[in-house]
Design a protein around this ligand. Sequence first.
Ligand code: MG
Ligand code: MG
Length: 278
Amino acid sequence: MAGKKKNIIYKTDEEVELIRKNCLMVSEALTLVASIIGPGVSGKKIDEQAEQLIRDNGAIPGFKGLYGFPATLCVSVNEEVVHGIPYNHEFKDGDIVSVDCGVYLNDYYGDAAYTFCIGDVDEKVMELCRVTKASLYKGIEQAVVGKRVGDIGFAIQNYTERQHRYGVVRELVGHGVGRALHEGPEVPNYGRRGKGMVMKDGLVIAIEPMINLGKKDVKSFEDGTVITKDNMPSAHYEHTVVVRKDKADILSNHGPIEAAILKNPNLKEVIDILAVSA
Ligand code: MG
Ligand code: MG
C-alpha cells in the first residue's frame, strides 16, 4: 500500500519462524479455497470457510477490521485488481479470481495471494496469469542480501511490461511484513536496477505483482475495491519471503494450493513456466 513512510524492522530467526507459521496457515486457507472454488460458488462461501480454518487454528484473520475491511479474504474477480469484498455473487465459468489472505497470530502477520482460473478461461487471460506468477519468482530471485528494492521492481516490470506488454499497477505495492501487516519498505512492482534501499539479511517482505492485461491505470470503488480503468482482467500472486544471502527463503507456499488446483476439475491450472514454485 502506498502511503507515508513506514518503519523498516529486520527480523530475528525466531520472528521469521513465527511469520513462517502464519504464512503457512495462509497457504492452508488458500489450499482450502482451491479445493472448493468453482462456478456457482460465491466469494462469501470461500471467505467463511477460510475464516473457519484460521480460527480453528487459533489465529485471527489478518485483514478483518484492518482499514475497515470487513472480511477474511480479499476476493477480486476479473477486472478487479485487489481489495475486492467477498459478496454473495457467484463465480462463473471463465472468471479469474484473485484471493488474498492474511493471518495474525503471536503478534505477527503472514500474507500471500493466488489467482484461480475457473473453467474455460480465455487463453490470453491464462497467459496473463502464467506471466504474472512467473514474474513473482523473478522478483523473488532479486530478494537477496546486497541487492536493492529497485532490483525486484525492475525484474517484475521488465518481464511483464517490457517483454509481455502488460500493465504494471503503480498505485499498489508490496511491503514489509511483521508486527504490522504493512511495514516498510514499499516494494513496487516497477523500478530501476540498482535503485532503492539495499536489502540486508532478515528483511521480511511481501512481493506481490498486480499485472493488468491492458493498461496500468486503476480506479477505486467506494467499497475500496480497486479495478482496472479499461475493465480488462488483472492477475495477482504474492509470497512473503525473507531476504537471505544468495537466495530468499519463501515463507508462504503455493505448492499445496497448486496440488489442490490439479485435483479440482472446475479449475484450469496455471502451469508454472519457471517451475520454481516452492
Ligand atoms: Mg496479500
Ligand atoms: Mg500483501
